[in-house]
Design a protein around this ligand. Structure first.
Ligand SMILES: [Zn+2]
Ligand SMILES: [Zn+2]
Length: 253
């Protein structure tokens, strides 16, 4: 009787131990980190601008064969973000080549599917992650160089960059990249009236979530392949006072 009692006690203890063990693996821990990467652009603006939730920023860049971004364009993106975001570090990962899809045009949903297939860098405790994908075709809806398609994700349309930077007297590919990388990130940061409230009204409502100042980085023509060369005056446009004020009002620099 005594042995049976000890045996059943041991089995009970074992059962408790194993159930605890499997419990901690499969159950969702209340403290477990979670972050939704598939909400609308601009919805995570404060997470990028402040260091309340994330002290660091990392950016993954993937490109289809033949459309590798320039180091200068990426460095200029990094300096822009370091100037505006309260992050201890802004790291742009070495660009990675992904297989060409060979499509002539992509819808926003095609782009989202490509991201789901290829992206590997996601936000973690203390570090928010952003993502750029550079594809080998055009955007299906309009003649644009780039789009922001999720709260941390942006896409560039590679052939359009060659088109805009190839004519005589055209802006360099580095300059076009610098402007479009920064412009699309501006939408992720909530500009203009895209998740971050305006301090003064400066939205060009005829052209969506853009700034009404044609000297500002967030002017609509800077993402438009047809208009780009006409509007580009040889200088990289900065964010104007109104756009900077909007970012600072929610904790940006
Ligand atoms: Zn835009
Ligand atoms: Zn502006």
């Amino acid at each position: 009787m005594k042995i049976r009692y000890i045996l059943s006690l041991l089995i009970t203890i074992l059962l408790i131990l194993t159930s605890c063990d499997s419990g901690s693996v499969t159950d969702t821990d209340e403290n477990e980190f979670s972050f939704d990467h598939e909400i609308n652009p601009g919805q995570s603006a404060t997470e990028f601008l402040t260091d309340d939730d994330f002290e660091r920023l990392v950016i993954q860049v993937q490109y289809m064969q033949g459309y590798e971004p320039t180091q200068e364009g990426l460095q200029n993106l990094e300096s822009f973000l370091s100037d505006r975001l309260n992050k201890s570090t802004v790291t742009i990962m070495e660009p990675e080549e992904i297989p060409a899809s060979g499509e002539s045009s992509y819808t926003a949903n095609d782009i989202r599917d490509l991201e789901r297939e290829h992206r590997t860098q996601f936000s973690s405790e203390n570090e928010i992650a952003a993502y750029f994908i550079i594809v080998d075709g055009e955007y299906s809806e309009s003649d644009v160089l780039g789009i922001a398609h999720f709260n941390t994700s942006m896409a560039l349309f590679g052939p359009k960059f060659n088109e805009v930077s190839s004519g005589i007297g055209s802006p360099s590919k580095e300059d076009v990249e610098t402007i479009v990388l920064r412009h699309e990130f501006g939408h992720i940061l909530g500009l203009v009236n895209n998740g971050v409230d305006m301090q003064t009204n400066h939205q060009d409502t005829d052209n969506g979530r853009h700034c009404d100042n044609d000297q500002c980085l967030m002017f609509y023509a800077f993402r438009n392949a047809d208009l780009f060369a006409n509007i580009f005056g040889g200088n990289i446009p900065e964010l104007d006072e109104n756009c900077v004020a909007d970012l600072q009002a929610v904790g940006g620099k």
